[in-house]
Design a protein around this ligand. Structure first.
Ligand SMILES: [Zn+2]
Ligand SMILES: [Zn+2]
Length: 351
């Protein structure tokens, strides 16, 4: 490699999972671009941020042209961008990538590494541009070519992808937090006169212990209920399909494309996209908790028009009431269902 080429390693999927423990408490989805095809004055092309607030990091799903301009007006910093997931290689999801990578180099004092995930061909695309218009990246970049299955995993989160159904190879991604073990009830142990130290550790792990005075305690009685993790699914561009339906099962938030209205179903079929009604049906069938639609055709933007964005929302809500429409810079916190000892569930933003 010449001095002009970036520090880039191409890796196959599944290699080298990182195991560093990270905090992922408040999770917010922030839309940077919500239009399909070409930008308009109201909507940029695709780009969705997934922010892990306490960890001071965020991930980007797709990177249409102008994504870095949108970032200048969004609450995320380019230097804290840790991973980019590309769903497919259509321009409205990809053409902002190289510019954003280059700008990150100028703004990233610590030169923290960046991981880029996407379908086969993303590596060739990147190399072809670097050969003809080289950029010196001041940080290590790893490109991971994905295929169906787990594409990233650490102690807290698993990212899985499934092939969607579009005109070109396209992947839907799910980001799923792992279950958090229940809290150790130290007061209960103290009240029973359990000596602190290694016995606490054993109880915390749910083990059975014998105290010095002969009493036998079951650790499971001292640990609160495990807290389920959140699940967020990004459909990318797709017709309604089984793979996305399965991937979205039980998700807390499904971000699904709804390029067209059902009245333009013929256009959706021709271009490999979904209608708002179809996205809502899929959300309902997958048992998701909330649905956010994005990737809209500009044809519904005219507020005085025959069919408006409001109508598009109504079309989806008729089938799945808990639906919202994304807008550029719209932020959506993803709540966690918290299980308490009494078996009640409450929703909260924090882990
Ligand atoms: Zn698209
Ligand atoms: Zn596409």
């Amino acid at each position: 490699m010449s001095g002009q080429t970036p520090k880039c390693v191409i890796r196959a999927q599944g290699e080298d999972f990182q195991s560093k423990r990270r905090c992922t408490r408040t999770v917010i989805v922030t839309f940077l671009g919500t239009g399909s095809g070409a930008p308009t004055t109201k909507r940029n092309v695709s780009g969705i941020g997934l922010r892990f607030l306490q960890a001071g990091k965020w991930w980007l799903f797709d990177c249409g042209e102008g994504t870095q301009h949108q970032l200048l007006r969004a609450p995320m910093k380019i230097s804290q961008l840790e991973k980019i997931f590309i769903t497919h290689l259509h321009g409205d999801h990809l053409y902002g990538l190289i510019g954003l990578l280059a700008s990150r180099s100028l703004r990233n004092g610590e030169a923290s590494p960046l991981d880029l995930y996407g379908p086969p061909g993303l590596d060739r695309y990147f190399r072809a541009i670097m050969e003809t218009s080289p950029v010196h990246l001041h940080y290590p970049l790893q490109i991971h070519i994905v295929s169906e299955g787990v594409v990233y995993e650490d102690e807290e989160v698993v990212v899985t992808c499934r092939p969607a159904r579009h005109r070109v190879m396209s992947f839907a991604y799910s980001v799923e937090e792992k279950e958090k073990p229940g809290a150790f009830q130290v007061e209960k142990a103290r009240a029973l006169g359990v000596p602190s130290g290694p016995i606490y550790g054993a109880l915390k792990r749910g083990e059975q212990v014998v105290l010095p005075d002969g009493r036998v305690l079951d650790g499971r009685d001292f640990v609160g209920e495990a807290q389920p993790g959140r699940k967020i699914v990004f459909s990318g561009d797709t017709e309604p399909c089984q793979a996305v339906l399965q991937l979205a099962q039980g998700a807390d938030l499904l971000v699904h494309e709804a390029t067209y209205s059902q009245q333009d179903k013929d256009l959706a079929v021709r271009s490999g996209h979904s209608t708002a009604q179809e996205a809502a049906q899929l959300a309902r069938d997958a048992g998701v908790k909330s649905l956010c639609l994005t990737h809209f055709s500009p044809r519904y933007e005219d507020e005085e028009g025959e069919f408006t964005m409001e109508d598009l929302l109504a079309e989806a809500q008729a089938i799945f009431p808990n639906t919202t429409l994304a807008e550029d810079f719209y932020s959506l916190p993803v709540k966690r269902e918290r299980k308490t000892m009494g078996g009640n569930e409450e929703a909260c933003y924090n882990g």
